[in-house]
Design a protein around this ligand. Structure first.
Ligand SMILES: NC(=O)c1ccc[n+]([C@@H]2O[C@H](COP(=O)([O-])OP(=O)(O)OC[C@H]3O[C@@H](n4cnc5c(N)ncnc54)[C@H](OP(=O)(O)O)[C@@H]3O)[C@@H](O)[C@H]2O)c1
Length: 423
């Protein structure tokens, strides 16, 4: 099987040696010898330290896709264009495609899956969500019979690294981000990671696959971690919770799908609380199967290339047999409004330390039908802070409470609003 590789950066550059080292064993097990025959990159002059024959590397990705000597295409360029056009051309030519491109699939995935199905070829994408962790295939195949209720996960290693540092060292967000950048865990422009867009794209793909529905990146509610303070983490820790950026996809009893990314307080006893540093984990809850957790390296060249190679072997075997994996039908999704979502909330408020303050503050909660499960005061005088944990409440009511609190002249600052998840 002759493979055309589009992109040879972190992932493509790891796939080349991984496939070379595994080729004999793959041939033994499948009867197929996989060989990378064409590689498209942007800068053909760069020395990549890879053992590729002369003439394999080209700057013309379109020529790789249309080359009659390429049977299967791997797209690890990233972004929407030219990846979308290249993948469409490969599928239209009857060539299976493997991609790790979450941005593309979270925006136009359904269009591409339908196109692959129409042409009777595979479009496989295990690497697009949580890198090396097998998740898409378990959701698509092993859990096909399962009424999945909720999938939630730590889907971004950069933000988990930053939150772990803040928790372990009491560091501020800015210090932890700078350390993540110095160690290569965060980009120079960290927006996609820290504001939850990367995790949001993955959550949209997870929701599409878990619920068989057309969920796109634009359906996802986002809140990032840039507003989380060392004080929030210290309070959560004292109350027995870890702060994690979670991507959540869930379906309610009426079939509406909620997809959101936000920082959350997870009880220390929950398996997701112990997932630290740049690791990822995905927690699946189903009516019949109960609870499952998938854990590992959600990014990095070799972990991601491992997922790509698994897909590549499947696609090659299917191509030889003249079959392909059916993506199934995607129904139109009814997206639940974030305002209707329900959770317990932790809210920290800096207040004036004088008689009657507690009464005014709790009055705002009562006016908005938000009931308080626990309250405590930290510090005194200028340092006075009230910390509340609510009973399960509706998001819209809690947001109205926050707005009401901001209008009280005894409230100096309303801190982060953290949802409690997994209790
Ligand atoms: N890195 C990870 O840990 C990870 C994890 C999961 C999924 N993914 C996904 O995998 C994909 C690739 O990620 P990556 O980290 O490997 O990216 P990367 O290191 O930036 O590599 C991108 C590659 O694409 C090439 N390229 C860019 N534009 C091109 C064009 N127009 N024609 C031909 N080649 C072009 C680049 O060429 P040059 O080398 O010449 O610049 C480079 O080799 C993305 O979709 C990403 O979201 C990555």
């Amino acid at each position: 099987m002759r493979i055309g590789l589009l992109g040879c950066g972190n992932v493509g550059g790891a796939l080349v040696p991984l496939l070379r080292d595994r080729a004999d064993e793959i041939a033994l097990r499948t009867g197929l010898r996989l060989e990378i025959t064409r590689v498209a990159v942007r800068n053909t002059a760069r020395d990549r330290g890879l053992d590729l024959a002369d003439g394999v590397i080209t700057g013309d990705a379109t020529a790789v896709v249309s080359d009659p000597d390429v049977d299967v295409v791997v797209e690890v360029i990233g972004g929407i264009e030219p990846a979308r056009g290249l993948i469409s051309a490969a599928l239209a030519a009857g060539k299976p495609v493997i991609t790790g491109n979450k941005e593309l699939l979270a925006n136009v995935g359904v269009e591409l899956f339908e196109m692959a199905d129409d042409h009777g070829v595979d479009l496989l994408f295990e690497a697009a969500v949580a890198g090396g962790i097998p998740l898409i295939r378990p959701l698509r195949e092993s859990l096909r019979g399962e009424p999945v209720r909720r999938v939630m996960g730590i889907l971004n290693g950069t933000t988990n690294f930053i939150l772990s540092k803040m928790s372990a060292e009491g560091a501020d967000y800015g210090e932890a981000l700078a350390e993540a950048q110095a160690l290569g865990f965060a980009e120079r422009d960290p927006t996609a990671d820290v504001e939850g867009y990367d995790a949001g794209a993955k959550a949209a793909i997870i929701a599409s696959i878990a619920f068989g529905a057309k969920v796109v990146a634009g359906d996802v509610y986002h809140e990032g971690i840039s507003g989380v303070t060392a004080a929030d983490i210290a309070i959560a820790d004292r109350l027995g919770y870890a702060v994690k950026l979670l991507g959540i996809a869930e379906r309610d009893d009426d079939g509406a799908i909620g997809v959101r990314v936000h920082p959350a307080m997870v009880p220390m006893s929950h398996p997701l609380a112990s997932v630290r540093d740049s690791f990822n984990a995905v927690f699946v809850e189903g009516d019949a199967v109960g609870q499952l957790m998938f854990f590992g390296r959600g990014a990095g060249g070799f972990p991601t290339a491992s997922a790509v190679l698994g897909d590549l072997i499947d696609a090659a075997v299917n191509l030889r047999r003249g079959t392909h994996a059916h993506p199934g039908r995607f129904a139109d999704a009814r997206i639940a409004s974030i305002g209707d979502s329900r959770a317990e909330y932790m809210l920290a408020i800096d207040v004036d330390d004088r008689p009657g303050v507690l009464h005014s503050v709790t009055g705002v909660f009562a006016d908005n039908q938000v009931s308080i499960r626990a309250a405590e005061q930290e510090g005194a005088g200028d340092e006075a802070r009230l910390v509340f944990i609510t009973h399960v409440a509706r998001e819209a009511d809690v947001q109205a409470t926050v707005a009401g609190l901001r209008n009280l002249d005894v409230v100096r600052r309303v801190g982060s609003l953290l949802r409690v998840v997994g209790d």
